[in-house]
Design a protein around this ligand. Sequence first.
Ligand code: XBP
Ligand code: MG
Length: 259
Amino acid sequence: MTIEALIFDVDGTLADTEEVHRQAFNAAFLEHGLWWNWGGHLYVDLLAVAGGKERIAHFVDTLDADAAEKARLKAMIPDLHRTKTAIYTQLVAAGRAPLRPGVERLVREARAAGMKLAIASTTTPVNVESLVSATLGDDALGWFAVIAAGDQVQAKKPAPDIYQLALDALGLPGSACVAFEDSQKGVSAAKSAGLCVVATPTFWSAGEDFSDADLVLPGLGDRDAPLDAVSAARVGSQQLGLEALRRLCDGAARLARSN
Ligand code: XBP
Ligand code: MG
């Protein structure tokens, strides 16, 4: 398999951002006079719903309130989410969401090898821009040939739409690309779009089913955070590199053809 592009999910994959999102949601609720507070356990459940606006609407549906009150609360969502996004980007700009181990190394390796880079995320585009700028520098936004994010598609993950949008913009088939994801719904979206998928679960997604992924790792590994012994044995190195990716995805393609 010739890998033409690496396509990265953002939240949980480039960086472990969901705690920052959770804090931004709670701060926005307070700012709008809502005494809602999403604790960690509740947020793990709410993350089953992709998209911050959709997540708030789902939460409203769970409230013990009449239809008129739910309609009133849902009418607040656009303003609520704008406030949340403003708070989130401030927290990210302040360095609250560092890249996960191995992400910068692999991005730089792929660039040096002439591969294309893209992003396929459910989060709001300005969140992607703030995270990439804060962690890789302002020039790094130009490293990504395509940034497919948020409401650019109607159907969010696990629908494949955001990956298909990225593939169409890249002019590449899914079979020539590798996706990196942290959640079951993200793995499903990328597999449905025909990509080879590496999953790197976080605390927030640890309990999910990753059996559809072509490879599951605790992280991508780097000098300061090498892979554990079992993962390193599977990858053949202390960190996931382009050669291991090629072997992995060749194997995945052969398996897919034999089924
Ligand atoms: C994860 C999501 C996003 C974030 C919140 O996106 O589902 O909704 O949790 O961001 P990814 P917004 O596909 O990158 O894992 O409030 O901007 O939606
Ligand atoms: Mg994610």
